[in-house]
Design a protein around this ligand. Structure first.
Ligand SMILES: [Zn+2]
Ligand SMILES: [Zn+2]
Length: 390
């Protein structure tokens, strides 16, 4: 591990920030306390600070002469879930809200990097540190883009980092191309004529049609997507009926579709609708339909993925960088920033024995990786904004 002594010395401070954020989690769009803490610290460090971006977002800007500009992004929001760790000294003080995805650690690592970057010699360029609201479900990054993020803060490249409990602590993973999938939601309503359960011929069986539809939808990925491409169609909810001797008049199915490529994503949307429509027609049922396009795939550009990779190798060592890691079918709203600018999104191994995964009620960010993440940020900034070799 190659951590600068100054950053190593910041570990107690980063840990304190991280645990303070953990104790005071805030859900999407409500990150007011986090935003205020970040604003205060960035101002103390000497950054030019812009607040109120998409509500609670903050950008700290460091200008060091001419050269490239880079945006480094941390997310700020917590999850609407209750933490199950009553013995944890820094447990959430807000029931029903918890930093279950480690965004508390993401903020602390970028703040550590912020404090280190102001004293870095050899930087030439502009560094924008983006603290982003509402990553979970709410597409805070999309709102930032719509509100002119890159017009206000011109950036040649954007970088993102997520802690990853599935990888051992001290390992980093980043690859050119897709890192995470798209995420879309669908809702299919089937309605017809209900009947006595003993006289099915007098009605139209929406339960049978719903069951057949679930099977038919599975054939999209199994039979119509290239086996070397990746996609998921999951039906996760079926609602129908209220008792055992009445055939209901309506059924509702909900689910999610995921893909690593834009064209596969579009194909899934088209086929799900066609199959639902055909099945409803065959059963003589009325179809209602809603398809909600949430997050596009998170796709790294080649040159920036190589910068992220080089930065990782400088920090954790060549042997601990995985550049052939399989993408995740989870989704990430950093995709909206990557759709606008070249960039890369990397995973920072956070694994420790027996620890809970992301979005688990017992999860806690692994403070042992704070210095690694902060050092990676510093390396990325130096690789992009340099007037001398690193
Ligand atoms: Zn999450
Ligand atoms: Zn997350």
């Amino acid at each position: 591990m190659n951590i600068d002594p100054f950053l190593q010395g910041l570990v107690p401070e980063m840990t304190a920030w991280r645990q303070d954020f953990h104790a005071h989690p805030e859900i999407a769009w409500e990150e007011r306390r986090s935003s205020a803490c970040i604003t205060q610290l960035l101002t103390e460090f000497g950054y030019e600070v812009t607040t109120g971006l998409a509500g609670t977002g903050v950008v700290g800007t460091l200008r060091r002469g001419g050269g490239k500009s880079v945006m480094l992004r941390a997310d700020m929001d917590a999850l609407a879930m209750t933490e199950a760790a009553p013995e944890r000294p820094h447990r959430s003080l807000h029931p029903g809200c918890m930093h279950g995805c480690g965004h508390d650690g993401h903020m602390a690592m970028l703040l550590g990097a912020a404090k280190a970057l102001v004293r870095e010699p050899g930087l030439s360029g502009t560094i924008h540190l983006l603290f982003q609201p509402a990553e979970e479900n709410e597409a805070g990054a999309r709102r930032l883009v719509e509100e002119g993020l890159f017009q206000r803060f011109p950036s040649d490249a954007v970088f993102g980092l997520h802690n990853w409990p599935g990888l051992p602590a001290g390992v980093m993973a980043v690859r050119p191309g897709p890192m995470m999938a798209s995420c879309d939601l669908f809702e299919i309503g089937l309605s017809g004529k209900g009947a006595h359960a003993a006289m099915p011929h007098l009605g139209q069986d929406v339960v049978l049609a719903a069951a057949q539809l679930v099977s038919a939808l599975q054939a999209i990925v199994a039979r119509q997507i290239d086996p070397l491409d990746s996609a998921v169609v999951s039906v996760t909810q079926i609602e129908a009926g209220s008792t055992w001797n009445v055939m209901p008049a309506s059924a509702l199915l909900r689910g999610t579709a995921r893909a690593l490529k834009a064209e596969t994503r579009a194909f899934l949307a088209q086929r799900i609708e066609e199959i639902a429509s055909t099945q409803a027609q065959a059963a003589g049922l009325h179809l209602s339909w809603r398809y909600d396009q949430r997050y596009p795939p998170t796709v790294n550009s080649r040159a920036e993925a190589l910068i992220a990779r080089e930065a990782a190798a400088l920090v954790v060592g060549e042997a601990h960088v995985q550049d052939d890691v399989a993408p995740s079918m989870g989704a990430e709203d950093f995709a909206f920033l990557l759709a606008e600018r070249p960039g890369a999104y990397a995973w920072l191994g956070a694994g420790k024995a027996g620890a809970a995964g992301l979005h688990n009620e017992s999860y806690d960010f692994n403070d042992a990786i704070l210095a690694i993440g902060a050092q990676w940020w510093v390396r990325v900034a130096k690789l992009v904004c340099r007037n001398e070799p690193v």
